[in-house]
Design a protein around this ligand. Structure first.
Ligand SMILES: Cc1cc2nc3c(=O)[nH]c(=O)nc-3n(C[C@H](O)[C@H](O)[C@H](O)COP(=O)(O)OP(=O)(O)OC[C@H]3O[C@@H](n4cnc5c(N)ncnc54)[C@H](O)[C@@H]3O)c2cc1C
Length: 378
């Protein structure tokens, strides 16, 4: 249980950590206020390959393992959670193509995504189908020259500015999960894509999420891989994505814990630093314990993924523990800052708002418990 990474991976982790500290952290508050991580910031990340960190070398990525990836995702999030959400949505889109695409689809889309020349989006959720995507109503019907896609997707990260969206749709309404397929929708070529303005979200405000309707014909080769495999692909992608959500949770937890430790050492009450009060010291100890437990579970899931064993339960466990820990740690860190923590002059209120989503997206905490419990029953 060493969670070792190679020297090359360590160099990349160091480089991503450096760019996160130097470029992402200084713009995090502004991205939150303006409700958009700037194109200039994304361009800088693209230039150093951060938008393709999940991809193997043959498609232009660095080919790193999941343990190293988790460390990098945590470092990005520690600096700016909105940026991390944009990047990990890109990973969901490109992982879909990597796992299920044909050779031609991988060759067409992945190198450009790895270079950050194009941004992707993962379109699974619908107004009537979130926790249970098998209830989706978006349909794909075979027509002359391709497929007619028709339906509505909601809460889709990156969608409004994405170059391609992996849209999941029913190709056979009678076949349940086996009737779901995925399509690569080229947003520049597709007519009949209509985006609502971004949702007014509580946190991750720099990472816009969109509802959109789709009513368009896509070419036959837009079908991602094999017809009827879409649900399986989405679940495999989310198994990976949940380790990334756990890593994002670690990033906010670390930022909040470090801020709380520093503040508790500096702020004085009755002539003594706050951390000399047992009530505050115990909070810090509990926060550290939750952080460290979440870190170990996340790296354990990543290591299982790298070992190519079944990691569905461990990724669900890591996501559940780490997302709940992040919410707890961010809230306690704000509490330790007192009234200052409630102001926007400090990042604590942003950490609390941003961390809240990790218990909801890519399967809520309730869904993670369902996955874990089901796996125990077998
Ligand atoms: C900021 C943000 C970004 C997102 N990005 C994306 C994206 O890029 N792509 C995408 O496809 N989706 C995305 N989503 C959607 C997200 O994954 C869903 O919101 C999430 O899966 C929950 O679905 P829902 O909102 O429909 O809630 P519901 O499914 O309606 O759930 C409501 C409540 O019921 C609980 N519940 C549901 N089923 C069960 C059960 N079986 N047992 C116990 N409790 C249950 C849930 O835990 C929740 O508390 C995003 C959402 C947000 C807010």
């Amino acid at each position: 249980m060493a969670f070792d990474i190679s020297a090359d991976e360590q160099d990349l982790v160091d480089a991503v950590t450096r760019i996160s500290t130097e470029v992402l952290a200084p713009q995090a508050a502004a991205a939150d206020e303006s409700e958009r991580v700037s194109d200039a910031t994304l361009k800088t990340l693209a230039e150093v390959g951060v938008l393709g960190l999940n991809l193997p070398e043959e498609f232009g990525g660095p080919g790193v393992g999941s343990v190293a990836m988790s460390r990098m995702v945590a470092a990005v999030t520690e600096a700016c959670a909105s940026t991390a959400s944009i990047i990990t949505a890109q990973f969901l889109a490109t992982d879909s193509i990597l796992l299920a695409g044909t050779d031609a689809q991988r060759a067409e889309w992945l190198p450009k995504a790895a270079a950050g020349e194009i941004i992707g989006s993962f379109g699974l959720t619908e107004p009537g189908a979130g926790s249970n995507p098998a209830e989706m109503s978006t349909k794909a019907t075979r027509v002359e020259g391709g497929w007619h896609l028709k339906g509505t997707k909601c809460f889709i990260t990156n969608a409004g500015f994405a170059d391609f969206i992996v849209v999941y749709a029913k190709t056979d309404s009678e076949a349940g999960r086996k009737g779901i397929s995925a399509f690569i929708v080229d947003t520049a070529a597709a007519e009949g894509l209509n985006f609502n303005p971004p949702e007014r979200t509580m946190g991750l405000r720099g990472s816009p999420v969109y509802e959109f309707t789709i009513d368009t014909v896509v070419p036959a080769d837009a079908l991602l891989g094999v017809e009827g495999e879409g649900f399986t692909t989405a679940m495999r992608v989310l198994d990976r994505g949940r380790i990334e959500v756990a890593a994002m949770s670690l990033g906010i937890s670390k930022a909040a814990l470090d801020a709380a430790v520093a503040w508790a050492g500096e702020r004085r009450i009755n002539g003594k630093p706050l951390n000399r009060l047992q009530g505050i010291a115990f909070k810090l100890a509990d926060m550290y314990t939750r952080y460290r437990s979440a870190w170990l579970l996340t790296m354990d899931a990543a290591e299982q993924r790298d070992a190519e064993v079944d990691f569905t339960r461990s990724s669900a466990t890591a996501k559940l523990a780490a997302s709940e820990a992040a919410a707890f740690i961010a809230d306690e860190a704000l509490q330790i800052h007192g009234g200052y923590g409630f102001t926007r002059d400090f990042p604590l209120e942003r950490y609390v708002r941003d961390a809240r989503i990790y218990r909801i997206y890519e399967g809520s905490s309730e869904i993670q418990r369902t996955i874990i419990a089901r796996s125990l029953a077998h």
